[in-house]
Each structure stands twice: as C-alpha cells, then as structure tokens.
Design a protein around this ligand. Structure first.
Ligand SMILES: [Zn+2]
Length: 254
C-alpha cells in the first residue's frame, strides 16, 4: 500500500476512518516485508512501533512490518507493556502536552492502563495515540497451544476496546518478537493481520540511566525507524524534552 496511507493507519491503529489530527508527524509507520518467522530485526525483548495519528480508511499491510520504508522524515515511536502506572501516566501527559504521536502496545494484565484510561481515551479517540495488541500477559506465544494463543490475543483485544476505546487495530506485536506462521495466522484470524515489529529501540526493557537511554535515542531516532520503548521504568519520563529535541533533529518532531 502507499506509504502515507499506511503511516496513517499505523498511527491511528484503525481500519476505519480518520482524520489526521493536529500536525504532528512524529510517527509513521511502515510497511512491509514479507511474512516471515523471524523475530525482530533489532532489539531484544519487546518493543516498538509507533505513532501517528490520523484516520483514514486503510488497508493495512498483511505480514511482518519491521521498519518504515521509503519516504524520509518519518519514524514511529512505540511504547510497550505498561508495568508502571506512573510511567503510563507520564506518557499520557507527554503526548497530551507535546502533541507527539505514539503507538501503544499495552498488556491488559497491568492495571496501569485502567488507572490511566481517562487520560488515554481522548488521545485514542482523536487518533493521536494508536494501539496494537501485545497480548494480555506477555507470554512467548510460540510456546503456547492454539487455544491459549487465541485467548491471550482475544482477551487483550477486548480489553483495548472496553478500557481504551480501541475499536479495531490491525497490529499485533508478539512479546519478545517471538512469532511464527502459526501464531501469525491465529492473530490474523482475530483481526490483526499486521505483525508490528521494530528496527530501533530505546533499550529500556531493562533499567537504564538517562544517558544510556538518550544514547539509544540518538542512535535510532532516524528516518524510517520503528522505535520501541517501554512504559515500565521511570528513566524515560525524565528525558521527554530531550527526546522531543532529538525527534526535531531527525526532522520527525511533532
Ligand atoms: Zn513487551
């Protein structure tokens, strides 16, 4: 599909309609890549694609997406998991205050999302924040039987709908980037035909210092990246201003 439309789709996380809201172009989204059974190209456990907003009818790509192709001046900032209520709250405030677009991959088992639903729902509704399915409890899906894989995805899909108002999202991000044709097929059958991997990372699935996190951002905030970060540890909440500056340096700021 044409890249711009895909980006909007990624951003919006919707297959429905949309309207590009605001002028933020932080994020973008990506396309493509043949279906594969390989984990993410970069990055270790978990993490990221991201954000844009907008709403436009789209046909999301089917298969594995691990980077943004083509046109420069776009990157997608994705935020996974949500083990911390305080960090999720900070991300919501960051998005609302800066206009930056984010794509979230929440695990519904963490109460952080329910705790912050009132702040997040308007951002989802406007299209500034998109969401994808990251499973309910973050298992390695390739180790589960078919019924358990489906339950992990179905339960989180329903949670995204009822808690955050996410009507539909084509995106699913397998925890740890661990997937194969079997789990991809189950995800597609549940409405998620796009495997949203990443090709850049803040490295913050573990605890980092601010300097370490910013070093990762300097490395990966470049055109056509799908960068993964996490709403788990507080370090990232102390460097939002620096991240905005780096996005601006890359020509991808809101
Ligand atoms: Zn994760």
């Amino acid at each position: 599909m044409e890249r711009r439309r895909f980006l909007l789709a990624l951003a919006a996380g919707l297959t429905g309609a949309a309207g590009l809201r605001g002028a933020r172009d932080l994020a973008a989204g990506p396309p493509v890549a043949p279906r594969a059974s390989v984990p993410a190209p970069i990055a270790t456990p978990a993490a990221a694609p991201a954000g844009v907003a907008g709403v436009v009818p789209v046909d999301p790509p089917v298969g594995v997406v691990s980077g943004l192709p083509g046109t420069p001046r776009a990157l997608a900032l994705t935020v996974d998991d949500g083990t911390s209520t305080e960090v999720v709250a900070a991300f919501a405030a960051f998005a609302a205050g800066s206009g930056v677009r984010l794509t979230l991959f929440p695990n519904g088992r963490y109460r952080s999302w329910t705790d912050n639903a009132a702040a997040l729902r308007p951002l989802v509704e406007s299209g500034q924040v998109a969401c994808g399915n990251h499973t309910w409890s973050h298992p390695d899906l390739t180790t589960l039987g078919d019924a358990a894989v489906a339950e992990e995805l179905r339960r989180n899909r329903d949670f995204l709908r009822t808690t955050l108002g996410v009507l539909d999202t084509p995106f699913y991000r397998p925890p740890y980037g661990a997937h194969d044709e079997r789990v991809d097929r189950i995800a597609a059958d549940l409405g998620h035909p796009t495997v949203a991997l990443w090709n850049g990372t803040l490295g913050d699935s573990r605890v980092l210092s601010a300097a370490q996190l910013l070093a990762a951002a300097r490395q990966w905030f470049t055109d056509q990246r799908i960068v993964v970060g996490h709403a788990n540890h507080p370090t990232v909440t102390t460097v939002y201003g620096d991240l905005l500056a780096l996005l601006a340096d890359a020509g991808c700021g809101p």
